[in-house]
Design a protein around this ligand. Sequence first.
Ligand code: BES
Ligand code: ZN
Length: 637
Amino acid sequence: MSYFVLQFMIMKKLIRVVYCFTFLVLISCNTKEKEDTFVPEATNDSHSFSNPTEITISHIYLNFKINFDSSRIEGTSSLSLLHKKPADTLWLDTRGLDIKYVTLDSNSAKINYFLGREILFKGKALGIPVNPNVKTVHITYQTTSESVALQWLSPAQTAGKDYPFLFTQSEANLARSWVPCQDSPGVRFTYSADVSVPKNMLALMSAENPIKKNETGIYHFEMKEKIPAYLMALAVGNIEFLSTGTRTGVYSEPAMVHKAVVEFSEMDNMVKAAEALYGPYRWGRFDVIVLPPSFPFGGMENPKLTFLTPTLVVGDKSLTAVVAHELAHSWSGNLVTNATWNDFWLNEGFTVYIERRIIERMNGKDFADMQAVLGFKDLKETLDELSKTPDDTRLKQNLLNRDPDDGMTDVAYEKGYLFLRLIEETAGREKFDAFLTTYFNEHAFQSMTTEAFIHYLKTRLLNDKNGLKGKVNIDEWVYKPGIPANCPKIDSEKFSIIESKTEQFLRGTPAMDLGLQNVSTNEWLHFLDCLPSKLTPAQMVDLDSVYKFTDSGNAEILCKWLRKCVAGNYHKADETLEYFLLHTGRRKFVKPLFVELAKTPEGLVKAKEIYTKAKPNYHALLINTLEQILEKQSVKM
Ligand code: BES
Ligand code: ZN
């Protein structure tokens, strides 16, 4: 063999090695996580990796199969791009997704992409190289057990026991765990979807929805209004629909839907009441779905289809304020959206204010004020809990490097409410209503920062000329901890009577002689709030034998009572407590009961026992909350 041939062969081998090496590197780009890939241009949203100031997603098309056997969603998300500035990479948020491949426009060639390392509370950045001509990015993937937005329920965990169930919970930043997207509340897009589900099951989304099952098991959805990612939602199950009016209706499992329709029969009127206050409802229909009991919230304002806990269905419409709350989000939150999770009070404080205005129209001022007083009690409890971290009691939050969930306390809800009520009282209701209506119209389908709102408030309602600005003390309310001295005082005549009854009881009047038999749910709740957290065994027995709290079918009343049972060692309620914790996943109820249990060594043992049994029924969000509580207590002891 000549020298040249030998050299040529060596060269060829070398080229092949280099080629193979390059190929391997490329492959590993596809599949391996690349460390520290990325610092995007600032989006001002520390909870998102995305770069919407360079490239914005204008539409997402989802093509999904819902696989109950493997508990996975499998499919492709196609993202339409809007190039705003020259950029070579589209950065997206993902969390717990198994990405299979990525293609561009109509090319079937799989392209390289970058997956960053896992960042706490954020997941992994997905970087897709693009040029300004790329119009659509297609990502084929499947969800995993780390897809925290999804709760997969076995048939046993449903009301009907025959079919499994799936629902999503995308707020705050969990949409990325089932759809790779720009998961920031400051980014809005439209979406459409084709979702394939097993025969005899119905799929619903926060979109225009079908009202009955079809033969194919494939359902098409359109959401034509621009929404932020946290409002994307999906529910799949053996679901039926019943109408409650021209614009409203209820979806639920067959075992629940009839009761639910009676409970929520006033929804059409509620929409009208809200419109009379703040202008037209812009989302077409207002339907609700009553989910299985593991749904971790009272409600979630998914547009066109509010998600609700079944604990609202008590038979006397006493808990429908939650529906008013989710409806109120159709203006505050869904129409004008907090720009980042630091501005969460713009969503929830406004919504509590509007909720109570709707409730006032529907049920009267007495009812609304009673709810405000109950809310104030919750706020005081939260302020006590946060006494060591006073910065967390400011309306404008700083959640940098923290879980956005940490900022979602009663401060945003109830301090936010009180601030708006103060503005209403200062400016006068008529002026404030007109201000809010214009505010929603002028910023419809946009996001809002705290600073931009304050500026708008100062230019449109409260200024030095009319002398109103000085009366409100805006900066203290928004940027300082605690409750300012000019906080509105809320009185309720009915509650004053209840307060005198609790005093009588504590002074020794037997429960039987208090004359409380026919009071409303709000009054019972206030009665329980006004009693000390720990009562004597005799007092517990007396109250329970007369008022049958342990048997209450109203979860709000039962939860407050059970907290006292734990604190007061009232073991007659043990079975009910365990049953409640095993069958309800609503965080508002479950969390305080575990907190109360974990206060004593024996209680902690019991808490852990119950938690182990209940965990399969709990949503990842609740599991996260409870594990923090149980761990913290274990360390203390
Ligand atoms: N948007 C919230 C629920 C939420 C908040 C989900 C934060 C995830 C993160 C919803 O509108 C809400 O506030 N629900 C309350 C209702 C109550 C205040 C009437 C709930 O679930 O308790
Ligand atoms: Zn809300």
